[in-house]
Design a protein around this ligand. Structure first.
Ligand SMILES: Nc1ncnc2c1ncn2[C@@H]1O[C@H](COP(=O)(O)OP(=O)(O)OP(=O)(O)O)[C@@H](O)[C@H]1O
Ligand SMILES: [Mg+2]
Length: 225
């Protein structure tokens, strides 16, 4: 048996709020096996983005143990954490976080600039293939600021999958897409999962997204049920 790709135990997260702190995640446990697709639902403010930020190594201000793809995030030093974010994780943000002054291709190619694995150097053709995969063929030279919400979402997904991450973390990945484009993106997640064995965590409010998941968990009262 291989270890689960994601192993979270007794995770606690709180935010400073006025003179005290508000607990968001309260002794949360989670295990996700390699090659699983899971969906996480929960009302607005229940802590879904907070959890994803921790799993993606973006927030290390937490208590408990968090192990992702054999990396212990609770004890990792900054440089190792940067490499982890760059090479192990693909992260699709709820609000995209694209750089508006760059073109679509430049945004998608950005992780390659930070990768230490120069050997697998990403070529313009690689970027074009990713653009094709997310349905942005021919739009590489488009200025990001003039792209539609759905196009930005697809560019954000392209950037997340460029380096072939082992784990893809997606925060409302189809929230800005019409039904047809959303279906294409869900199909893409299923393909990446089937062909590359990518483990996928989808935060979502939508039933159609949850339907592609092998398991659906609800974040309620700071724990997953
Ligand atoms: N940087 C922060 N500082 C203080 N409180 C925060 C911060 N980020 C999130 N919170 C609080 O933590 C709680 C959980 O927020 P989070 O963004 O994780 O929820 P969510 O489930 O992703 O919601 P949504 O579905 O609206 O995206 C909320 O009460 C929010 O106000
Ligand atoms: Mg959120």
């Amino acid at each position: 048996m291989t270890d689960p790709t994601i192993q979270v135990s007794s995770l606690r997260k709180s935010f400073a709020h006025g003179s005290g702190r508000t607990d968001v995640l309260c002794s949360l446990d989670l295990e996700v096996d390699a090659g699983e697709i899971i969906a996480i639902k929960g009302r607005s403010g229940s802590g879904k983005t907070s959890l994803l930020n921790i799993l993606g190594g973006l927030d290390r201000d937490f208590r408990g143990t968090v192990r992702v793809a054999s990396h212990d995030l609770d004890t990792m030093v900054d440089r190792a954490l940067s490499l982890f974010r760059n090479e192990v994780i693909g992260f699709v943000f709820q609000s995209f976080h694209l750089i508006d002054s760059m073109t679509c291709s430049e945004n998608v190619a950005l992780p390659a600039a930070y990768s230490r694995r120069r050997g697998h150097s990403i070529t313009p053709r690689n970027v074009e293939k990713v653009l094709e995969r997310v349905g942005l063929s021919g739009l590489g030279e488009e200025e990001t600021r003039t792209m539609s919400g759905g196009q930005k979402q697809r560019a954000a997904i392209g950037r997340a999958i460029l380096l072939g991450p082992r784990v893809l973390l997606c925060d409302e990945p189809t929230g800005n897409l019409d039904v047809e484009t959303g279906a294409q993106i869900l199909k893409l997640f299923q393909d990446l999962n089937a062909s590359e064995g990518m483990t996928v965590v989808l935060v979502t409010h939508e039933d159609r997204v949850a339907r592609i998941a092998g398991r659906v968990l609800n974040l309620e009262g700071g724990v997953l049920v």
